[in-house]
Each structure stands twice: as C-alpha cells, then as structure tokens.
Design a protein around this ligand. Structure first.
Ligand code: BG6
Length: 450
C-alpha cells in the first residue's frame, strides 16, 4: 500500500474507536496494509491534544495486547465540535498542512463513529470545509487520490431520514465514495455462509420451503449496554442490531446465488431477497427491557427503549413462501450466542455459528449402539478456532477498513438495501405497538417471563 492515507475519526474518544477501531488500525498498520506514513487523526470535543490522544489510544490498545510506539506516533488529534463549521475548516487546514509537509496529497477516509443524529451535520460541515475532494484547491495531486466516507449503522433512524441522508450524501459524493458499514458482513463466518451454500452442491436442492421448516436468527448478548447508554437509548435493540446485522444474516442465508461475486451482483442479490421480506401477519412481534436498564448511565429514567425483541418475518417468493424466519435479539441475557439455525423438516438442523465458537454445526439422527433401533441426536461440527492454521485472523473492522481502502464495496450496504431494511423495521415497529413493553430480569430471555 504505497499512497499515503489520512484516516479522520469523528467520535474518536467514543466506545467504537476504543474497543474496535484503534485495534483494527494498529493491526493493519503492523501487517503493512496501511501506508507507513499513515495519519490517524482523532477529531473530538475533549481537549486531549496529540499526546492525550496517543495516551488514550495506548490505553485502549493495552486492553488487548501491546500498543506499538510506531503506530502511536502516527496518531494525532484535532479538537473540535462536530457541529461547528469553523472547526471543520480548522481540520481542513490541519490536513492540508500535513499533506504539504509530506509533499503529496494523501487519500482521505472520514469515519463517522458517532450516533446517527450527528450524521447530517457532519456531512454538511465536510462539504463546507471543502473536504469532499482529497486536496485543497491549487495543491498538486495526481488524479488517483481519493476521499471516502465510512458511515456506521444505523443509517438514520427511519426510512425517511435514511433517504434524506442519502440524498445529501449523493449531492456531495459519488456512490463509489460512500461506504455504509454493517460490520457483520465483514465477519469471516458471515462470508462463509455464501461460500458454504454455493460451493457445496449437496445442500442446494434442499434450500427451500419443501425441505426447510423454519429459520431462526439469534443475536443474544450477555453484556448490558454498559457505558453506551447515551447512544443506545436513542436506538434500541431493533435499530441497533435488527435493522442491519440480523437482516443481513437473513439476506445471506436466503438470497439467490448472485451472478458473480462482484460488488454489484452481490449487493443486488441481497437487496432482492430483502425486497421480499414481510412481517408474518399471524405472529405479533414484541419488545422487552431488562430490569435495571433505566439506571444505566446515559439512559432516561422513563425510557421505553427495548433491549430485547422477537419478530417473525417471511419471504414472499417461490423459494421461501410459508417458511417463518424468527429474529430474536437481546442484551443482558444468560449467555452470548449469535447464530443462524436452519431447521429442516424431520429434525435435522444446520447452524451457522457466528459467536462464541465460530463455525458450523450439523445435527442429525444416529442409531444408538445396542440391540434396539433407538435413535439419538448427534452433532457434526467444525470450529474455525480448532482448525490449526485456519483460525480467523482478521477482525471484522480490519476488513471494513481494508476494503474501504481498496475501494471494494461488496461488504457495504447499498441504498436499495437500506430502503428495504427500514421498510421491514417500520413494519415490526408498527406490529409491536399493540402490546406493551415487557420487563425481564437480567439473565433471563423474556419468553419465560409473562
Ligand atoms: C454493534 C452494536 O453494531 O454490534 C452492539 O451496536 C453489539 O450493541 C455489536 O454489541 C455486536 O457485534 P459483535 O461483533 O460483538 O458481534
């Protein structure tokens, strides 16, 4: 990776940078996948200065391993307010000075690691400060320099806002510069769903309503909202993981085989299946909140935000008509488990396990040893971690950043997908209006609480 890169992080003192981005950036740097003169520029309100930001980054990195001094030396900080045009102009000047010193115009990545209400203001300020192009007017550059924006999920708070944001982004950037993140798509185990489905012909004839009874998509988390209450309370479980990660899990397990693995073919196959998703009219979705949630820092005392939801949808096409897809997610549950279970008619089950043990499990019937003909259920399983040499080596955020740098949009969400995701989300929200929010004790999934 030769051309130099500047990665500008909005929300640099937040949870995402601390727990994921700093680690992913350091790992890419160590592997030589970022230019050695890369600049990581934190932008935030706190008066940290370069040294303060390096100390913050070092402390974050130390939680999982060693912080490299070479990497820390590439980090710097611009203090500013996300809503202030002047502060963005200051940021622009800072970047231009850096480029001048380096003698070339660096490629720019703007990473929006902030809650959705800040997006529109940031886009407007990026434009006002002239940052939609990589180099300041009059500065020397070659035509291959680029500027890209990485936007975290959820993209907006509903369909109308997502469309507004998209229109705004569309006026400032070309679609090829916009990377809407769903880090689940960048997980190795998620990518393996397509590889497994389409490289193993034995399952293909079975992948339909004649052989599959139901699908279950599970994102159970043991952790509570912790320090993220301020973000989470404005979002809730459905918009935090349902609208995006879980619908993408559904898309990958149910979509038709794309014409090829190009970004446009894969994105349009995902959008195609999402377009057919309908709320099951016979099963009302519901939402619940864990006891004690309202006492979490940053959460409103009378919050009605859900920390758990369950919804059943179907796909209105010839392959899937009549097969229920049950989506279930919550925080503060007894155990963490992220998986897609494919339940076949007759009891066989294939699970794509995304957490905690990443791999694949296949349940089927064996004859129990002995003189009778009794059957028992057994499992064949494959775990990436047990596979010497084949363990998962890249975190999803490394993939997100790396694919953005190389300009590959296959694992990023298109406008069409966003529109469908919000349409489905709105139907679920309408569906649960009739039932009141339930409470569940920490550690107990609400189905056992009436
Ligand atoms: C994030 C959500 O997108 O995904 C979090 O905001 C959730 O609330 C997280 O905990 C789960 O991701 P992972 O990679 O830990 O499974």
């Amino acid at each position: 990776m030769n051309a130099s890169i500047s990665v500008i992080i909005f929300g640099a003192t937040g949870d995402l940078y601390e727990t994921r981005l700093s680690h992913a950036l350091q790992a890419l740097f160590a592997q030589g996948l970022l230019s050695q003169d890369v600049r990581i520029v934190g932008f935030g309100r706190r008066p940290l200065g370069d040294e303060g930001f390096r100390a913050f980054t070092a402390a974050a990195l130390a939680k999982k391993g060693d912080a490299s001094s070479d990497f820390l030396a590439r980090c710097s900080y611009v203090q500013g307010d996300l809503g202030s045009q002047d502060d963005f102009i200051k940021l622009g000047r800072y970047l231009a000075e850096g480029d001048k010193k380096a003698g070339s115009c660096s490629n720019k990545i703007f990473y929006l690691a902030v809650p959705p209400p800040f997006y529109a203001g940031i886009f407007a300020n990026i434009a006002a400060a002239g940052l939609t192009v990589p180099c300041a007017p009059g500065e020397s550059h070659d035509d291959t320099s680029w500027t890209r924006v990485l936007v975290e999920k959820p993209f907006g708070k509903d369909g109308a806002e997502a469309e507004r944001l998209d229109r705004m982004l569309g006026e400032l950037f070309d679609e090829s510069q916009i990377f809407r993140i769903d880090h689940y798509l960048a997980k190795e185990t998620m990518q393996n769903i397509l590889a497994f489905r389409f490289a193993n012909p034995m399952f293909m004839p079975l992948w339909n309503k004649d052989h599959i009874e139901r699908m279950k998509i599970i994102v159970h988390e043991e952790k509570t909202v912790g320090a993220r209450g301020g973000f989470y309370d404005g979002v809730g479980a459905l918009r935090d993981v349902g609208q995006n990660h879980m619908l993408q899990m559904l898309a990958l397990v149910a979509m038709e085989q794309p014409l090829d693995m190009s970004a446009s073919a894969v994105r349009s196959a995902r959008a195609g299946i999402l377009g057919g998703v309908r709320l099951d009219p016979g099963i009302a979705p519901f939402r619940a909140q864990y006891a004690g949630y309202r006492d979490e820092p940053g959460v409103a005392k009378d919050s009605a935000t859900e920390t758990f939801f369950r919804a059943t949808v179907g796909v209105d096409d010839d392959r899937w008509r009549g097969v229920p897809f049950e989506l279930e997610s919550g925080k503060a549950l007894g155990a963490s488990r992220v998986a897609i279970e494919v339940h076949f008619k007759g009891g066989n089950m294939l699970a794509f396990a995304i957490q905690p043990r990443e791999g694949i499990r296949l349940k089927f019937w064996f004859k129990r040893p002995g003189f009778d003909a009794a059957l028992e259920e057994r499992e064949l399983s494959f775990g990436y971690a047990d596979d010497a040499g084949g363990a998962i080596s890249h975190d999803a955020y490394e993939r997100v950043l790396y694919d953005c740098i190389r300009g590959d949009q296959a694992l990023f969400i298109s406008t069409e997908e966003i529109v469908e995701e919000w349409r489905i989300t709105a139907a679920i929200i309408r569906g649960w209006q009739a039932v009141s929010l339930r409470l569940y004790p920490m550690g107990v999934a609400p189905e056992s609480v009436q």
